[in-house]
Ligand binder design. Structure first.
Ligand code: BG6
Ligand code: MG
Length: 234
């Protein structure tokens, strides 16, 4: 029997490609406020909370807290306009099959997303009922790269961290999973997720049994240092 009992999935960029919608929403705000923001800049925002994303976007410029709040809200309104169109067709290739296979293998399934819109995204995708625990941007105050969210989700599923595998597309998410003492499967280029235990371009051609076999040959995950993030109260 495998020692692994649960899979924890990031949402944006792993289950569905909302990363593009986040980009367009930040770009609209940046253009309106005359801030320079490119697709390259956007890569640094992958996996970061809304507040940490705005801090990166500001590139060292400081603005009053009330402006921060107003800009985060405006970006969120632009982003949420895209969510109305989400349907099960927006699952990334292979994800529906992978989730079903994992459930059939008896694994518990958790979601660990920095997003405060995760519930609505899951609803649109039609997969809310597949998850035993959903951790979103409201679950903990310290967002990725801090490990708190993944540990919270594991706790809700009653599974210890070394029995969990996190699926992540963001460097901050891989760092968080390793700091939580969990296995991590990175989805995307080595340059971004190469620190994970295993890397795949996506879940499209990956059977659950391959992941379990590959990880069973590795030693138990060691806990990596914790890197803090800004508290994310709003
Ligand atoms: C993460 C995304 O899942 O959620 C980030 O990768 C995003 O780009 C973060 O900033 C927070 O999302 P939201 O929906 O709360 O603004
Ligand atoms: Mg992501």
């Amino acid at each position: 029997m495998s020692a692994i009992q649960a899979f924890i999935f990031d949402l944006d960029g792993v289950i569905t490609d909302t990363a593009e919608y986040h980009f367009r929403a930040w770009k609209q705000l940046a253009d309106e406020e005359n801030l320079l923001f490119t697709r390259e800049d956007n890569e640094q925002l992958r996996g970061l909370s809304r507040r940490d994303s705005l801090i990166v976007l500001l590139k060292g410029k400081t603005v009053p807290e009330e402006t921060m709040l107003a800009w985060m809200e405006r970006k969120n309104n632009y982003y949420r306009a895209f969510l109305h169109n989400l349907t099960p067709q927006d699952l990334l290739p292979g994800v529906g099959r992978f989730l079903q296979e994992a459930r059939s293998a008896g694994l518990r399934l958790g979601l660990g997303s920095a997003s405060k819109n995760a519930a609505e995204v899951l609803q649109g995708l039609g997969i809310r009922d597949l998850f035993d625990a959903v951790g979103d941007g409201y679950a903990v105050s310290k967002a990725k790269p801090a490990p708190d969210l993944f540990i919270w989700v594991a706790g809700r599923m009653d599974v210890l961290p070394p029995a969990c595998v996190v699926f992540e597309d963001a460097e901050a998410g891989v760092t968080a999973a390793l700091a939580a003492g969990m296995y991590c499967v990175g989805l995307g280029p080595q340059s971004r997720v190469g620190a994970a235990h295993l890397c795949h371009p996506s879940l499209e051609a990956v059977p659950v049994s391959n992941v379990l076999n590959a990880l069973s040959k590795l030693p138990p995950p060691a806990r990596h240092p914790v890197i803090d993030s800004a508290p994310n109260p709003s």
